[in-house]
Design a protein. Structure first.
Length: 278
């Protein structure tokens, strides 16, 4: 079985990283690959999409999350995807879907030809990961073992209670500005790939792990999406960390023992175990 090889007491095990490129279509994508020493056939393969608000974020800002995914039992390929407003929906999504296809076809290069494939992301990257799961379902592949969504941006209305608690709103807020830059025009928000929480058909998606926190601005839309996925018959694991957690700022912090990211690492490890092919 493909399962985590890392015990909770060994969270500080070193993770190596190297820069590479996915030969995707329509364009090659720069990536950073994370793995623990000796990662091989017993590990999952994860495409990771860094956080931000569609118009910011980088491989460097995604390092902490990519590290905990690797420590949970995966070889992680973190993608330097194009940013808005220079690149908008659906072009950004098509670019990362091309990367996902290329990653699946060449998975023997990264782990093994039989490795289960996952998509993962935080904030805007969580949006893209959720949309990739829909595209993989609708386009009959590549087959996904699961989707890992950390504080995903799923609702372009930016009007939830948890966002208002964060002193955010439709004007002068980085999340609203990010949505505007990504979509370009309000009508695009009606597309399920753009704003997954508004999708009318969620059945048939890969199992989902959703992680947020009591003081996370994305808490409410994450909870709503978890409920809708469950109602559609999708296997869901939903975890809400206790406050204070410093989420989503915690994504930029090193995953030290006892931190929110270390707790998330435990959730991801269990998710790999529960969704691994037998």
């Amino acid at each position: 079985m493909f399962a985590s090889q890392i015990a909770t007491t060994e969270r500080q095990i070193a993770v190596t990283r190297r820069d590479d490129v996915i030969a995707a279509k329509p364009a090659a994508l720069p990536v950073r690959v994370y793995a623990v020493e000796g990662a091989g056939k017993g590990h999952a393969l994860v495409m990771h999409l860094h956080g931000g608000t569609f118009n910011d974020g980088s491989l460097a800002s995604g390092e902490a999350v990519a590290t905990i995914l690797a420590r949970a039992g995966a070889v992680v390929v973190s993608v330097d995807y194009p940013l808005a407003p220079e690149h908008r929906f659906p072009d950004v999504l098509e670019a990362v879907f091309g990367g996902l296809l290329a990653l699946y076809k060449t998975r023997g290069r990264w782990v093994s030809k039989s490795a289960p494939l996952y998509v993962a992301g935080e904030e805007a990257g969580g949006n893209l990961a959720a949309a990739l799961a829909m595209m993989a379902r609708d386009r009959q592949g590549p087959p996904l073992a699961g989707q890992i969504l950390l504080s995903p941006m799923l609702d372009s209305c930016v009007g939830t209670y948890s966002l208002r608690e964060a002193s955010a709103g439709p004007v002068g807020c980085r999340w609203a500005d990010g949505w505007h830059d990504y979509l370009g025009s309000p009508d695009k928000a009606a597309h399920p790939y753009a704003a997954p929480l508004g999708a009318s058909r969620l059945s048939g998606l890969a199992p989902a792990l959703l992680i947020t926190a009591e003081d996370d601005p994305m808490r409410d839309e994450c909870a709503s999406y978890a409920c809708r996925l469950q109602e559609a018959g999708v296997a869901v694991s939903h975890h809400v960390q206790s406050a204070p957690s410093n989420w989503p700022g915690a994504y930029a912090e090193a995953p030290e023992e006892g931190s929110c990211l270390c707790l998330a690492c435990d959730h991801v490890s269990q998710f790999f175990i529960s969704t691994a092919p037998s």
